[in-house]
Design a protein around this ligand. Structure first.
Ligand code: HEM
Length: 401
C-alpha cells in the first residue's frame, strides 16, 4: 500500500536538511537520528530525503527517478545529469576507456607516481597527506590519462571547489554562489576548449585525443558534447579519489588496530580490495545524490508525484544497521559489504575500477613503506558542497620502514 505525503511532517526529527554546513563535522550521528525515526524525512526546497539502505538502493535503480531536462549548471557534467535514452549511448562512449582491463594496465604508472610522492613525504617526516599526497596523486593520474600539462595541475585543483558546487542541485545554491560557480565553470570550459584545439593539431595515444576522434566522427559524442564529457571525467576522476585516500587514511589512523590489520592485508603495495570497500563504506567521498521524480513512483512505500525533488543519503545507507552488522565499527574483514558509495543502477560510478586501484595502491604503498604513521593534528572537513565529503587537510607524522 502506498500513501502520498500530504503535508510536511510535524515532528522535528522528521525534518532533515542535507545542505546544513554543520552536518559535515559529524554527519553520521545526525543520519542515525533521521534514519531511525523515519525512512523518509522532509527537507528544504520540498525535498524528500531517503535515509535507509534498502530504499536508497532501490531508488538509485529506479529510472522513474531521474534528472529531467538538464538544468543549466550541471550541463557541465555531461551524462551524469542525463536520463535514458540520452544517458546510455554517451556513457558507453566513455565506458570503453574505463573497463577493468584497461584500468589494471595502469597499475605500474600509478605505482610510479605514488612512489615518487612518497619519496618526498618520507624525507619530510611530517606531511599534509591530503595536500601533498592524495591530491597531487589523483591529479597526476587523471592529467596523465588526458596528457594535460603537469604545470596546470595546481590551477585545475583551484577551479574544483567552485565548480564542484554544481554537483548540488541549483535550487540549493544561492545567487552569488551560483554566479561564482558558473563563472568558474566558464573559465574551465575555455581552458578545455584551448586544450582540445591544441590536441586536434597534435593528437597522441591519450584519452583526450581518443575522445576528440569520437566527437569528430559522431554521431553519439559531438564536438559540442566533448567539453562536458572531459569536464565530467576530469572532475569526477580526481576529487573523489583524493578524498577516499585521505578519508580512508584518517579512518585507519583513528583505529590503530585496523591500521595494522590493513598493513597485514597489503600485497605488492596494493591494499586488499575488501579492506578498500570497508573504507569506502565507512566514510564515502560522496554522501548524497539528488534526483527528481519523473514519473510517479513509490519510495519506502510512499507514492511520490512527478516534480518532487529527492535526496538519497548514501552516507546514511552505508551505516544502516538493517544492512550492516555494527555499522559504526570499521571492520576491514566485513563481508558481504553492499555499500552504495559508488551509487547503483544506470549511473553506477564509471570510474570505480580506477578509484579502487588508485586508492588501493596509494594506501597500500603508504602502509608498506612506513613503520609508523600517526595523526599530527586535528583535521577538519570541507563544507563547500552537500554531496562531497572530504578533509581540508590531513597532517600526519610518518616514519619510514
Ligand atoms: C572513490 C572515488 C569515487 C567515488 C566515491 C565515486 C562515486 C560516484 C557515485 C556515487 C556516482 C553516482 C552518482 C549518481 O548516481 O548520481 C558516480 C558516478 C560517476 N563517476 Fe564516480 N566516484 C569515484 C571516482 C571516480 C573516478 C576515478 C572516475 C573516473 C573518471 C569517476 C567517474 C564517474 C562518472 C563518469 C560517473 C557518472 C556515471 C553515469 O552517470 O553513468 N568516478 N561516482
Amino acid at each position: 500500500m502506498t500513501q502520498t505525503i500530504q503535508s510536511l511532517p510535524t515532528g522535528r526529527e522528521r525534518y532533515f536538511d542535507p545542505f546544513d554546513p554543520a552536518l559535515h563535522a559529524d554527519p553520521y550521528s545526525r543520519y542515525a537520528l533521521a534514519r531511525e525515526s523515519a525512512p523518509l524525512c522532509q527537507g528544504p526546497h520540498g525535498l524528500t530525503v531517503v535515509t535507509r539502505h534498502r530504499d536508497v538502493s532501490a531508488a538509485l535503480r529506479d529510472t522513474r527517478l531521474g534528472h529531467g531536462p538538464t538544468t543549466a549548471p550541471n550541463r557541465i557534467f555531461s551524462f551524469l545529469g542525463l536520463d535514458p535514452p540520452e544517458h546510455g549511448p554517451l556513457r558507453r562512449v566513455a565506458a570503453q576507456f574505463f573497463g577493468p582491463r584497461t584500468i589494471s594496465a595502469l597499475a605500474p604508472r600509478i605505482s610510479g607516481f605514488v612512489d615518487d610522492l612518497l619519496d618526498t613525504a618520507l624525507q619530510k617526516r611530517h606531511v599534509d597527506l591530503l595536500g601533498e599526497f592524495a591530491y597531487p596523486l589523483s591529479l597526476r593520474v587523471i592529467c596523465s590519462l588526458f596528457d594535460l600539462p603537469e604545470q596546470d595541475q595546481p590551477w585545475i585543483r583551484a577551479q574544483t571547489p567552485p565548480i564542484g558546487r554544481l554537483l548540488d542541485p541549483p535550487y540549493s545554491i544561492s545567487g552569488p554562489d551560483l554566479a561564482a560557480a558558473r563563472q568558474a565553470a566558464a573559465v574551465f570550459v575555455a581552458y578545455l576548449r584551448e586544450q582540445i584545439t591544441h590536441r586536434r593539431r597534435h593528437p597522441g595515444p591519450d584519452l583526450l585525443s581518443q575522445l576528440i576522434s569520437h566527437a569528430d566522427s559522431g554521431p553519439t559524442l559531438t564536438p559540442r558534447g566533448l567539453i562536458p564529457m572531459c569536464a565530467l571525467l576530469l572532475m569526477a576522476g580526481y576529487e573523489t579519489t583524493a578524498n577516499i585516500i585521505a578519508n580512508g587514511a584518517l579512518a585507519l589512523l583513528r583505529h590503530p588496530a585496523q591500521l595494522e590489520a590493513a598493513r597485514a592485508r597489503t600485497t605488492d603495495g596494493l591494499l586488499d580490495p575488501a579492506a578498500m570497500d570497508e573504507l569506502l563504506r565507512y566514510d564515502s567521498p560522496i554522501q548524497i545524490t539528488f534526483r527528481t521524480v519523473q514519473q510517479e513512483t513509490a519510495v519506502a512505500g510512499t507514492a511520490l508525484s512527478p516534480g518532487t525533488p529527492v535526496a538519497l543519503l548514501i552516507g546514511s545507507a552505508n551505516r544502516d544497521p538493517r544492512a550492516f552488522a555494527r555499522p559504526e565499527r570499521l571492520d576491514l574483514r566485513r563481508a558481504p559489504n553492499p555499500h552504495l558509495s559508488f551509487g547503483a543502477g544506470i549511473h553506477f560510478c564509471l570510474g570505480a575500477p580506477l578509484a579502487r586501484l588508485e586508492a588501493g595502491l596509494a594506501l597500500g604503498h603508504l602502509l608498506a613503506r612506513t613503520r609508523h604513521l600517526e595523526l599530527a593534528g586535528d583535521p577538519s572537513h570541507k563544507d563547500i558542497t552537500a554531496a562531497v565529503r572530504g578533509l581540508n587537510d590531513l597532517p600526519v607524522a610518518l616514519t619510514p620502514r
